[in-house]
Design a protein around this ligand. Structure first.
Ligand code: SF4
Ligand code: SF4
Length: 92
């Protein structure tokens, strides 16, 4: 479950090894762990052939989405901008 104030998600949910899943799906996680290494706050772990985001730590920087070569992480930057704009309006 993704908290309402977090805007990145690992879209792949297939726990099979890369060699099994990749021929069936072009956007599956390939287990490269680039996202794990790239996250500036160590919010990404890896288990059962899948990257897992710890939303307690995630700071919505979108680096993982940009770095994932398989497009297995999706970011919703527009939704985040909208939420920030609404918050700003409500504070005025
Ligand atoms: S959005 Fe940034 S902080 Fe959150 S999991 Fe991705 S790289 Fe880490
Ligand atoms: S960068 Fe993408 S493909 Fe690589 S482990 Fe992370 S989610 Fe999977």
């Amino acid at each position: 479950m993704v908290p309402y104030d977090k805007y990145v998600v690992v879209t792949c949910n297939n726990k099979e090894p890369t060699k099994v899943v990749r021929p069936k799906c072009s956007v599956s996680c390939i287990g490269c762990k680039i996202c794990v290494k790239a996250c500036p706050v160590d919010a990404i772990g890896f288990d059962n052939n899948l990257a897992i985001i710890d939303y307690e730590k995630c700071i919505n920087c979108f680096i993982c989405e940009k770095k994932c070569p398989a497009k297995a992480i999706e970011g919703e930057i527009d939704r985040m901008k909208e939420a920030k704009a609404k918050k700003k309006m409500s504070e005025q």
